[in-house]
Write a protein that binds this ligand. Structure first.
Ligand code: ARG
Length: 467
């Protein structure tokens, strides 16, 4: 290999008489995407150099020259070193810089390794780091939800099924319904990080390195939990990317569902919530507009992250075992999804912190028919079967609807006629506060249950990250 002689720097090419077509370079070049892997690539190369030295493949002195050279390359990259036109990918660029920093000993670093086990290792290191950063961003959003939930713990609003008014709930109960899905995402993220922490390095191109490097030493240096048991699998395995993309997709979907609730509840028709100035946009034509663009973009972003997951799964499903160049695009999907979430999550957290809730509008949307279940429960407590009670209350609902009045406004005789067990206190069962108070069951919307839930949410956030 000595393309450096011709002014370029390549990791391959000796077996070709002619140089690559510029058209190949154009489609093959991945440094625009994988440049960000550089800190991880340097880290794994330092570990590889150490292992080569320990194995006696290089002298200890050579290994140290490589490690010191890699450190200087790291400094240059941190200071803004940029790729040149012939840097095919970040591994090539680092190799070029290492030759500049360390001289000919740099040509020994790639002994016994391939970019196949190298890129798989660098991508895994990047992914583990990304899982930690995503966890922190999700926690910020959860904190914003928890703070707002606490502030509207005693507000009452309708909960909807089929987007039809169903039963009254506490404001905190509704907002925390969006907290727990994110908590599950954090558990999934911890599993994804663990799944990524299996070391491919030492697998070579596909059959394993022919040099007796100590993979356990490298595993320990890089903080991985395990060593890959099969070099063919290790170089072609992108399950860890798929898993991280799946978690990302779930998080994006959860953000989208929060956004959808808030967009609806922020409409003039609902009016439960007002978007803050800092997170609202206006219209170029209609001066009155206060648009919830952050939430709409979060909803739209969900589709893009899902697209990244589908794109990755589509890429790997038809591949033969081992490495194929299709896998180069795993990073495009992974980075796109994670980058987008780092826009969506903080913007959502900020927009949610600025929400102003209108308790009166929430409360006014709770109509007495929403306590029809409570009225049926009243009859059950007096000895009726639930089926019978359901029928009796249903007839009252119909009468109120036909008369265009609230159920509480129905005459006492209507109750008596509907069921003999209705007493003078029947209307009390139609109160929203009573409805909530009856639901202090664990996980319910009763005031005590919600207080416990708020404490549970706070405890979840206080637990160590990526536990
Ligand atoms: N840039 C490549 C990637 O990201 C590195 C691995 C190249 N391997 C190879 N056999 N050409 O997948």
């Amino acid at each position: 290999m000595s393309s450096s002689d011709s002014g370029t720097h390549k990791l391959w090419g000796g077996r070709f008489a002619g140089g690559p077509s510029p058209l190949l370079d154009a489609i093959n070049r991945s440094i625009g995407t994988d440049f960000r892997l550089w800190p991880h690539d340097i880290r794994l190369s330092r570990a590889w150099a150490l292992a080569l030295g320990e194995a006696g493949v290089l002298t200890r002195e050579e290994a140290e020259q490589l490690r010191a050279g890699l450190d200087r390359v790291g400094v240059r990259l941190a200071e803004g070193a940029q790729p040149v036109a012939t840097d095919e990918d970040i591994h090539t660029m680092i190799d070029r810089l290492l030759h500049e920093e360390a001289g000919t000993v740099a040509s020994k670093l790639h002994t016994g390794r391939s970019r196949n086990d190298q890129v798989a290792t660098a991508s895994r290191l990047w992914t583990i780091d990304a899982c930690h950063k995503l966890d922190a961003a999700i926690r910020e959003l959860q904190q914003a939800l928890l703070t707002q939930a606490t502030s509207i713990a005693d507000a009452i609003l309708p909960a909807y099924t089929h987007l039809q008014r169903a039963q009254p709930v506490s404001g905190a109960h509704w907002l925390l319904s969006h907290f727990w899905p994110l908590e599950r995402d954090r558990t999934r993220l911890a599993n994804a990080a663990r799944g990524a922490a299996t070391l491919p390095l030492g697998s070579g191109a596909i059959a394993g390195s022919a040099f007796p490097v100590n993979r356990e030493l490298i595993r320990n240096e890089l903080g991985f939990h395990a060593i890959s048991p099969n070099s063919i699998d290790a170089t072609g395995d992108r399950d860890f990317v798929a898993e991280t993309l799946f978690v990302s997709t779930m998080t994006a979907v959860h953000c989208s569902r929060i956004a959808e609730d808030l967009i609806i509840y922020g409409s003039s028709e609902f009016g439960f919530v007002r978007f803050g100035d800092g997170f609202s946009t206006g219209s170029s034509m209609m001066p009155q507009k206060r648009n919830p663009d952050v939430f709409e973009l979060a909803r739209g972003g969900g589709a893009r992250v899902l697209g990244d997951l589908v794109s990755l799964l589509g890429t790997i499903k038809g591949l033969p075992s081992g490495y194929s160049k299709d896998l180069q695009d795993d990073k495009r999907a992974l980075f796109n999804a994670i980058d987008l979430l780092h826009l969506v999550l903080p913007a959502m957290a900020g927009a949610i912190s600025e929400l102003r809730f209108d308790r009166a509008r929430m409360r006014a949307a709770v109509s007495s028919a929403m306590m029809a279940t409570d009225l049926a429960d009243y009859l059950v407590k007096k000895g009726a079967t639930f089926r019978e009670a359901h029928g009796a209350v249903g007839s009252l609902v119909r009468q109120a609807e036909e008369a265009g009045i609230e159920m509480t406004e129905l005459p006492t005789e209507a109750f008596a006629q509907a069921h003999v067990l209705f007493g003078a206190d029947a209307r009390d069962a139609l109160g929203a506060e009573a409805s909530l108070a009856a639901r202090n069951i664990a996980g319910g919307t009763g005031p005590e249950a919600v207080r416990a839930q708020l404490a549970q949410a706070a405890a979840a956030l206080a637990a160590p990250a990526l536990a």
